[in-house]
Write a protein that binds this ligand. Sequence first.
Ligand code: ATP
Ligand code: MG
Ligand code: MG
Ligand code: MG
Length: 481
Amino acid sequence: MKRTKIKDLLSSTEFGRQVVVKGWVKTFRNDRFIAINDGSTLNNIQAVVDFEHTGEALLKRLTTGAAVSVTGELVESLGKGQRVEVKVTELEILGDSDAEKFPLQPKKHSLEFLREIAHLRFRTNTFNAVFKIRHHLAFAVHQFFYSKGFVYMHTPVITGSDAEGAGEMFRVSTIDFDNIPRNEDGTVDYTADFFGKPTNLTVSGQLEGELAAMAFSDIYTFGPTFRAENSNTTRHLAEFWMIEPEMAFYDIRDNMDLAEELLKYVIKTALENCPDELEFLRNRLLEEEKSKPQNERSDLDLIAKLNFCLENEFERLTYTEAVEVLRNSKPNQKKQFKYPIEGWGADLQSEHERYLVEKHYKKPVILTDYPADIKSFYMRLNDPDAQGRRTVRAMDILFPGIGEIVGGSQREERYDHLVGRMDEIGIPRHEMDWYLDTRRFGSVPHSGFGLGFERLVLFVTGMTNIRDVIPFPRTPKNAEF
Ligand code: ATP
Ligand code: MG
Ligand code: MG
Ligand code: MG
């Protein structure tokens, strides 16, 4: 007989039917009740064994974490908390689990502890919920772009250009560190390397994405991205996933509209497709709040927060407007910011972004038109303002509790302006010749953005550390498996 997944059994009404359930033991109580989970749902199915029939030796092996196969009749449950259960006629232990050594016991473990046993944390309800939501969000991203006719374009993981992300690149090389080939002047001879030149893991698929957008109009990439972030934060990973659409004939406003629509679509999909998982995480958060002293508690309700995000338009303002708001803000005047806002031109720090989103506007904010000097060379220059200040059509989307979730811009489509900016910064033109061809042949206004997938998962799940929303986190000094 084929096995049925627990999710399907729990909603079945075919009482009397013979079923096979396979999964892992969560708990075994009173020598009778096995709670089995197979990952298809957060909920366990109860399998009821009969001591006399099964025998003591077998029952002893029903420890938390053991893999089992049970066969029996699906019956209505008289117990509280479940509608159906399985009356077991056949029990097989597929894989024993040494109860003394298995680190996951039927109790609540701290996220810190679970991070230390990241290879086993998949088996907890919390991570079942988080990674299920992650899965649904990823699928929703593809659905969104598919429905809009965007082409899913795979940009390379290994790149030969380093125009972006200087200092944050992971070098890709087959050079033997113990025997480095050198030129006569002592420098490394990269012609001896695999690609005959220095190469890196991608920090963004944008520049390659632009090449494709100049032919397909609307494309997106969604893949792993690598940055050697040398600071340990709760918002940065060395390996993260990024969603990067690139659209021909889009200006900055179209770009903002698309980003807001995408975020709302995927959040809505999570609410629709993951009600059990979200409810579980919501309660987990509420419990956590209860354990804090009264004055430190927040009244945050995860599901209400997500719905609020869907129902309200994101606040849109320029960097210049934001600087005014910040300059006049209480924390600035009371010198509570670590980096006080004095004038125009400096990049905003996370304390500033948090103030705007969490205290001032109390909703997601889209900031645009940043000073050119703090943004990338490929962003569309605006005409100088009345004071002669240069801004670019950049946009950052800031989310409550997260900070920056999206970074994007309208791209500089004018060849002369683009090479002017490259010269200013010192990017050699010959290295970017392939990119400049987009501006030489049929250049059009175009835009795009990067949405950090883990930051989205953080927001939707209410988790607070980015290490807890990616199955295999990569951070400094941490790449165990
Ligand atoms: P931050 O200011 O937070 O360091 P960034 O401005 O360097 O981000 P972008 O180059 O704009 O990042 O990348 C686009 C998006 O990718 C960001 O808005 C963010 O959501 C995400 N992102 C960037 N760096 C990381 C990282 N190290 N780990 C996880 N997500 C990241
Ligand atoms: Mg960064
Ligand atoms: Mg940033
Ligand atoms: Mg950014």
